[in-house]
Write a protein that binds this ligand. Structure first.
Ligand code: HEC
Length: 123
């Protein structure tokens, strides 16, 4: 009987967490909106000067550029979340990629460039 209860609560927890994941999908990022809001060429320049140091190689477990297995769940959290983690820092990710002199706009442009490059448009 105890085992039955344990299995049931596991199934229940699984269903609940599946619902949380799908709730996050309400913040999809659209390419057109991204390009309208951010300066992608400037973001590319900053990516190449600063962010590529870690994100090209994946050093310190940085999510590699356009490695969708790593990026998709992050992108589902939306731009606001990614920009916030870039500006404030997040675990091994230093604030503004360690380049304190970057403005908020420059930091978010770099995020937008990374997302824009690997964003696969839904068919
Ligand atoms: C010193 C290495 C390093 C540099 C330089 C760096 N990052 Fe990161 N970045 C990381 C690591 C490590 C993570 C993974 C953090 C984690 O998920 O625990 C990360 C994660 C991220 C994330 C995902 C955050 C999330 O919420 O999942 C974004 C977006 C990001 N970096 C953007 C940038 C941008 C933009 C730059 C350049 C301005 C940059 N990074 C420079 C190491 C770096």
């Amino acid at each position: 009987m105890m085992r039955f209860v344990a299995v049931c609560s596991l199934i229940f927890a699984f269903i609940c967490s599946a619902q949380i994941v799908s709730a996050l999908e309400i913040a999809p990022i659209e390419k057109a909106a991204l390009r309208a809001k951010y300066n992608i060429p400037q973001g590319k320049d900053i990516y190449e000067r600063v962010c590529s140091n870690c994100h090209d190689s994946g050093v310190m477990e940085a999510p590699k550029f356009c490695d969708l297995t790593d990026w998709k769940p992050r992108m589902l959290l939306g731009m606001e979340h990614l920009v916030k983690h870039t500006i404030d820092g997040f675990n091994n990710m230093p604030a503004k990629g360690g380049m304190e002199s970057l403005t908020l706009a420059e930091s978010s442009d770099a995020v937008a460039y990374m997302v824009d490059q690997c964003l696969v448009e839904p068919k």
